[in-house]
Design a protein around this ligand. Structure first.
Ligand code: BMA
Length: 350
């Protein structure tokens, strides 16, 4: 009798349906798109290009191949100061509008953050002082100030909604390239514990604010020599990260680049498989394309071998560009990359 009563109670109890967040929906979408190929992404794709800036509806990738990148990247550097424009002079109102527009067009958005140095007042690349992270953690001299910075980041992220109030899912990628030592949160600028404390502090704050539209991405820089032991030292944890990526630029020789990115993608692919994560080239490129066939000759053969969701080329801005533009010699090569059946642009994912 007691058993039967229990069974009846279990059956008639109201079902506790777990709400699927937009971030979880994006995760499922990325997983299924990855089976078709890898998406092309570009930072600030519709903000400016090699020969123009701020025009509405202009985009170097569209001008080159007749389609928009599937992934668009934007950066929040400067939001922490209450600035109206980011570190690259992009108005935050424009970032808001382009994020929502790209999402409504079926595209995918990723956001990074190059915050200023909260201790010295310098920029993200100010690495003179090695106590910045320590000082913004709870108990540190700059903790209250940094809390205000997190409020400003959260307030902006909360505005990323469509007119009907649906939050836009965003691949959020803070504290990037943390294995290098050129940002104040880098390898030599804080201890492993401090770095993990920094990640946790921001993530817990934003989650606590109800921002469940963020798909968290951990993206160190090209390394070439990862071991699981070393990677895990600053990896925030499986419960804190959904997408693992890396920023992979060719700054030196082609041979070194291919060797390193191949070793890293071997490592990331195995790690991601074991831990149920997605992977991507969260930033990549060859600055100003001195080699006009780099995409199909160097990058494409590497990308073809790994289950990456996307590659994001960094911005095209006048004398510093990483993507194509119709007047550049690399345009023809980019068209070849576009025509490959496994490269996905906006029309391919709608
Ligand atoms: C760097 C360079 C800078 C830029 C920064 C943030 O890689 O492109 O010019 O300010 O990214 O976008």
């Amino acid at each position: 009798m007691a058993l039967a009563a229990c069974a009846f109670a279990a059956c008639s109890a109201p079902k506790q349906e777990k709400t699927v967040t937009v971030a979880e929906q994006l995760q499922v979408r990325l997983d299924s798109l990855q089976k078709k190929g890898y998406m092309c992404g570009h930072e600030d794709a519709t903000m400016y290009g090699v020969t123009w800036e701020w025009d509405a509806d202009k985009c170097d990738i569209f001008a080159t191949v007749g389609d928009y990148p599937a992934v668009m990247g934007f950066d929040l550097g400067g939001i922490e100061m209450g600035d109206a424009k980011n570190l690259d002079s992009v108005p935050f109102t424009r970032i808001h509008d382009e994020v929502v527009k790209h999402y409504l067009n079926g595209g995918i958005v990723t956001i990074s953050w190059h915050p200023r140095n909260p201790l010295t007042g310098g920029n993200a690349w100010d690495v003179k002082d090695t106590t910045v992270v320590k000082n913004i953690l709870p108990g540190g001299s700059q903790h209250e100030k940094f809390k205000q910075w997190m409020v400003r980041v959260g307030d902006f992220l909360k505005t990323l909604k469509t007119d009907d109030g649906t939050p836009v899912p965003v691949i959020f990628r803070p504290w990037h390239e943390n294995n290098g030592s050129w940002f104040w949160w880098g390898q030599k600028l804080c201890t492993d514990e401090e770095f993990l404390g920094l990640w946790t502090m921001l993530q817990d704050y934003l989650k606590g604010e109800g921002l469940d539209n963020l798909l968290w991405s951990y993206s160190p820089n090209l390394d070439g020599n990862w071991t699981e032991e070393r990677f895990l030292k600053r990896y925030p944890g499986n419960d804190r990260v959904t997408l693992i990526g890396e920023d992979a630029y060719q700054w030196g020789t082609e041979e070194d680049f291919v060797k390193q990115v191949t070793a890293d993608l071997d490592f990331l692919t195995a790690f991601a498989k074991k831990n149920g994560k997605l992977i991507a080239l969260t930033e990549c490129g060859l600055k100003n394309m001195p080699d006009s066939t780099w995409w199909t000759r160097v990058l494409q053969p590497v990308m073809d071998r790994y289950p990456i969701c996307y590659f994001l080329m960094w911005r095209n801005y006048k004398e510093e560009y990483f993507g194509p533009s119709p007047e550049l010699p690399c345009a023809a090569d980019f068209k070849k990359l576009y025509e490959a059946p496994n490269t996905l642009f906006l029309k391919d994912i709608q």
